[in-house]
Write a protein that binds this ligand. Structure first.
Ligand SMILES: NC(=O)c1ccc[n+]([C@@H]2O[C@H](COP(=O)([O-])OP(=O)(O)OC[C@H]3O[C@@H](n4cnc5c(N)ncnc54)[C@H](OP(=O)(O)O)[C@@H]3O)[C@@H](O)[C@H]2O)c1
Length: 344
């Protein structure tokens, strides 16, 4: 695995807490991870929330170690203020010796919403905020708390330095480096489903799984936007039985789903019926243009390599225009010789 400190430019301990958070499916609760460091910055305890009705990440830490005043707690989301099926984590932390807490984001849950941070500070604790951590780990969380039941759509594309998305002369399907690939797998582990287009399946044969330790057990929905072609569907749907094929026609195979006319609205409503809250679209031109025409992306990740491609497929100018005019670049991260541009 690549050096984790490259990812998202969080301190290494917050990155560990992110990985910890992503280990469990906790719906309808957010995924939360926590790491306790001692005064020498050595990991003393690590924990995550495992699902509704189980301990919060902070309680896992409190139960598993003896916290000293020189320790620092990293947690991906503001500790809860309220008592629910779990006690108030803010109150439980105040019963310990902890003095230093680094928090991933203010909790948009109205019952907490900054109140724990205030309480910890009022009790003399040093509280540092690193914004964006929980938004990355739980991309749909804020929408849900604000009463918006729309799916969070995340676009992803990889290009060469000269804006090519496919190299006709290279047998490797990868344009970007192994750090970008690791980041893509991390991104996959934050969503409920991934979607690609038909020709991408045929030319690139992607597995669409998560190949990043220790998250490789995570299983998410894998969609192929197949289209109208009835001829080859059975061959590919049988070969890729773990993927769901979205079509405009019925077929007896259980992984072929007719979503009628393949409109974005029908696709969106199919996903909602499956309880999918976040979708990563790993498209090329055709697929991204379909989503862009509905102005739907909440985030977009563009990985750019430093290489040029002499004979290749160029990114569609509508995608570049969309990123420039309709989204805002919120972050640029260097991944060795690649750069990652994150838009919101
Ligand atoms: N660099 C990158 O990040 C990246 C990522 C993904 C893909 N790519 C490359 O980009 C190229 C194409 O990818 P792409 O995402 O543009 O799409 P695609 O994989 O070519 O899928 C588009 C095809 O899917 C079918 N289809 C899907 N939805 C449909 C609908 N609503 N109505 C009708 N037909 C529909 C159509 O097939 P028919 O025409 O047969 O009906 C259409 O041509 C590939 O070469 C791939 O390697 C690059």
């Amino acid at each position: 695995m690549a050096d984790p400190s490259h990812f998202l430019e969080y301190p290494n301990s917050m990155y560990l807490a992110v990985i910890e958070a992503l280990k469990a499916e906790t719906f309808p609760n957010p995924k939360v991870g926590a790491v306790l460091l001692n005064k020498n910055n050595k990991v003393k305890a690590i924990g995550h929330h495992k699902g509704k009705g189980t301990n919060h990440a902070e309680i896992e830490i409190i139960n598993n170690t003896s916290i000293e005043s020189t320790d620092t707690l990293y947690v991906t989301l503001e500790p809860c203020f309220h008592t629910d099926s779990s006690p108030s984590c803010a109150d439980e932390l105040l019963k310990t010796e902890i003095q230093n807490v680094v928090i991933g984001d203010i909790d948009s849950d109205k019952r907490t919403s900054g109140k724990s941070i205030e309480k910890l500070k009022n009790n003399g604790l040093n509280v540092t905020l690193i914004e964006g951590v929980n938004n990355f780990v739980n991309p749909n969380y804020n929408k849900k708390n604000y009463g918006d039941n729309s799916i969070t759509y995340i676009g992803k594309i990889a290009t060469s330095d000269d804006n090519k998305i496919f190299d006709y002369s290279n047998s490797s399907k990868y344009i970007t480096n192994s750090e970008s690939l690791d980041f893509t797998h991390l991104l996959r582990s934050t969503v409920d489903a991934i979607l690609i287009g038909k020709n991408t399946l045929i030319t690139d044969n992607p597995q669409l799984n998560i190949r990043l330790n220790p998250l490789s057990h995570i299983d998410i929905y894998k969609y192929v936007l197949w289209g109208n072609d009835r001829n080859d569907i059975e061959k590919y749907a049988k070969k890729h039985s773990e993927k769901l094929f979205l079509t405009s026609f019925d077929n007896k195979l259980s992984n072929v789903v007719n979503i009628n006319n393949l409109t974005f609205e029908n696709l969106d409503s199919h996903m909602k019926n499956q309880n999918i809250n976040s979708l990563l679209v790993e498209g090329g031109n055709y697929v991204h243009k379909l989503f862009i025409s509905s102005q739907i992306y909440d985030y977009f990740y563009k990985f750019v390599s430093e290489n040029t491609i002499i004979e290749g497929l160029s990114i569609d100018k509508h995608i570049l225009e969309y990123l420039m005019n309709d989204m805002i670049q919120i972050k640029e991260i260097q991944l060795k010789d690649n750069s990652l541009h994150i838009y919101n």
